[in-house]
Design a protein around this ligand. Structure first.
Ligand code: NDP
Ligand code: HSE
Length: 437
C-alpha cells in the first residue's frame, strides 16, 4: 500500500513517526506493507527535526503526488478548504481512498467529497476530524447503525474546555485564561476558530450528519463562542452547583406540524456538576450519545494533539488499506433521512438569568409578567440582597431565575424585554442550562 501524505505539521509528523515505529505491526494487520510514496508540504526547507523519513520524499507538488499511479491512499492533514478540497476530489474521483482530519472542509462541503468517493469507488474516512483520538465516528457510522440516535451532546473543542476549566478553577476572566492556554501551547496564535466556536460547529455538523443520516453543514449550525463568558457567569454557575462548558448539541425534534426535524447548536451552557460532561476538564473532549435501544453512551479522551490525532488517522489508514486489498469499500454516506434542520429560535432550551433589580414592592410581579407575556414558564426564583452577603447594598436585589424549557426565540425575547425595564438595573448574566437542574 502506497500512501501520499499531504501535510507534515503537528499531525502529519506524528503520522510519519507512527508509520515508522509500527511498520511491522501495521503490515501484519493490513496484510501488506505500508510505504510513503511522497509527502507534500508548503516549505521544503523547514527543519523537521529527527523525523524518521527519507528527505527526498518531500515535495511541494501535492497534486502531482496525488495523481501518481503508484499512490493507493491519500492522507490529508493540511487543513483548510482550498486547495484541500480540489486535491481530495481529484484523488477520490481517481478511485483512491482518502483519510482526512479536515473538519473544516467536511463541514463546509462534505457533499463534494462523498459524491467524489461514490463516483471513484474509494473509501472516505475521517475519524480524526472530530474529537481527535476518540473512536467516535466509527461507532456512529457502524456500531450504532442498527439503533436510533436521539441526541448527541459533546465537548469537542479542547482549547475552549481548557479555558473554561481554568476560569472555573481559578476565578480568572476569559482573557487571562486564554493567555494561559496560549502559553501552554493549547491555543493557536490566532485562536478565533476555537474561541468563537467555529471549530466546534464544524465538528457538530459532522456528528449530526452521521447521527441523523442527514447532510448537515457548518452553515446549519447555530454557533456562539466563549468570548462573552465572564468570571461573573462562572460564579453564577458555581452558586447553582453547575459549571460552564462549550457544548455541541445535536438533537431530534419536531416542527409545529409534528414532522421530524433536527437542531444543531454550539454555545456555552451551564451543566450541573453531576452531569457526565461536567467533570471533563483540561483540554479533554467527551461526547455523550443517547440512543433509543443502547441508552446513554459516553466517549472520552484526548481531542487534540499530534500523536492522539495521528492514532485516529492510522486507524483509518489500516481500515481503507484492508478494504483496498480485499477489493471492497465500506458503506457510502448515509443521508437518506434528509431531515430539515430547525433554526435556533425553535430549539427548546432553558435559560438561567441573573438580574440586578430595584428592591421594592411589585418588582417580582413585573419581572414575572415579562416571562408570562412570552409564554416562558419559570422553574425557580432566588432573591438576595444585591452584591451578596446579609446586608448587600440596600436598595437593589439580585434575582436569579431559571426557566423551564421554551423555544429559544421566546427566551431571547424575554431577556430583551427585561433589559428595557426601569426596575432592572442590569442583566448580569444570561446562560443556557442543559442537563436538568
Ligand atoms: P499544521 O499547521 O501543524 O500542519 C499543516 C501542514 O500542511 C504543514 O506540514 C504544512 O507544510 C502543510 N501545508 C500547508 N499548506 C500547504 C500547501 N498549500 N501545500 C502543501 N502542504 C501544505 O496543522 P495540523 O497538523 O495541526 O492540522 C492538520 C489537520 O488536522 C487540520 O485539518 C486540522 O484541523 C486537523 N486536526 C488537527 C488537530 C491538532 O491537534 N493539531 C486535531 C484534529 C484535527 P509546512 O510543514 O511546510 O509548513
Ligand atoms: N483546535 C482544536 C481543539 C484541535 O482545540 O480542540 C482539535 O480539533
Amino acid at each position: 500500500m502506497r500512501l501520499a501524505l499531504l501535510g507534515c505539521g503537528t499531525v502529519g509528523s506524528e503520522v510519519v513517526r507512527l508509520l515508522h515505529e509500527q511498520a511491522a505491526d501495521l503490515a501484519a494487520r493490513i496484510g501488506a506493507p505500508l510505504e510513503i510514496a511522497g509527502i507534500a508540504v508548503r516549505r521544503l526547507g523547514r527543519d523537521r527535526g529527527d523525523l524518521p523519513v527519507d528527505p527526498t520524499l518531500f515535495t511541494t507538488d501535492a497534486l502531482g503526488l496525488i495523481k501518481r499511479d503508484d499512490v493507493d491512499v491519500v492522507v490529508e492533514v493540511v487543513g483548510g478548504i482550498e486547495p484541500a478540497r480540489g486535491w481530495l476530489v481529484e484523488a477520490l474521483r481517481a478511485g483512491k481512498s482518502v483519510v482526512t482530519a479536515n473538519k473544516a472542509l467536511l463541514a463546509e462541503d462534505g457533499a463534494a467529497l462523498h459524491d467524489a468517493a461514490a463516483e471513484g469507488g474509494g473509501d472516505l474516512y475521517y475519524e480524526a476530524s472530530v474529537a481527535g483520538a476518540i473512536p467516535l465516528l466509527r461507532p456512529l457510522r457502524e456500531s450504532l447503525h442498527g439503533d436510533r440516535i436521539n441526541r448527541v451532546t459533546g465537548i469537542v473543542n479542547g482549547t475552549t474546555n481548557f479555558i473554561l476549566s481554568a476560569m472555573d478553577a481559578t476565578g480568572a476572566g476569559f482573557a487571562e485564561a486564554l493567555e494561559e492556554a496560549t502559553e501552554l501551547g493549547y491555543a493557536e496564535a490566532d485562536p478565533t476558530a476555537d474561541v468563537e466556536g467555529f471549530d466546534a460547529a464544524a465538528k457538530a455538523a459532522i456528528l449530526a450528519s452521521l447521527a441523523f443520516h442527514t447532510r448537515v453543514g457548518a452553515a446549519d449550525v447555530h454557533r456562539e463562542g466563549i468570548t462573552e463568558v465572564t468570571a461573573a457567569d462562572v460564579a453564577s454557575a458555581k452558586a447553582m452547583g453547575c459549571t460552564i462548558k462549550l457544548l455541541c448539541i445535536a438533537a431530534r425534534g419536531a416542527d409545529a406540524a409534528g414532522r421530524e426535524t433536527v437542531s444543531v447548536r454550539v454555545h456555552p451552557a451551564m451543566i450541573p456538576l453531576g452531569h457526565p460532561l461536567a467533570s471533563v476538564g483540561d483540554a479533554f473532549n467527551a461526547v455523550f450519545v443517547e440512543a433509543q435501544a443502547a441508552g446513554p453512551l459516553m466517549f472520552y479522551g484526548r481531542g487534540a494533539g499530534g500523536a492522539p490525532t495521528a492514532s485516529a488517522v492510522l486507524g483509518d489508514v489500516v481500515a481503507v488499506s484492508r478494504n483496498r486489498l480485499a477489493g471492497v469499500r465500506s458503506a457510502s454516506e448515509s443521508a437518506y433521512a434528509d431531515l430539515p434542520v430547525r433554526p435556533m429560535g425553535e430549539a427548546l432550551t432553558r435559560y438561567h438569568i441573573s438580574l440586578d433589580v430595584a428592591d421594592r414592592p411589585g418588582v417580582l410581579a413585573a419581572v414575572a409578567g415579562v416571562f408570562a407575556r412570552h409564554d416562558v414558564s419559570i422553574a425557580t426564583v432566588r432573591q438576595g440582597p444585591a452584591g451578596g452577603g446579609a446586608a448587600g447594598r440596600g436598595e437593589d436585589a439580585d434575582l436569579v431565575i431559571v426557566t423551564h424549557v421554551a423555544p429559544d426565540a421566546a427566551l431571547a425575547a424575554t431577556v430583551r424585554e427585561l433589559r428595557g425595564l426601569d426596575i432592572v438595573r442590569s442583566v448580569a448574566s444570561v446562560l443556557r442550562v442543559e442537563g436538568g437542574l
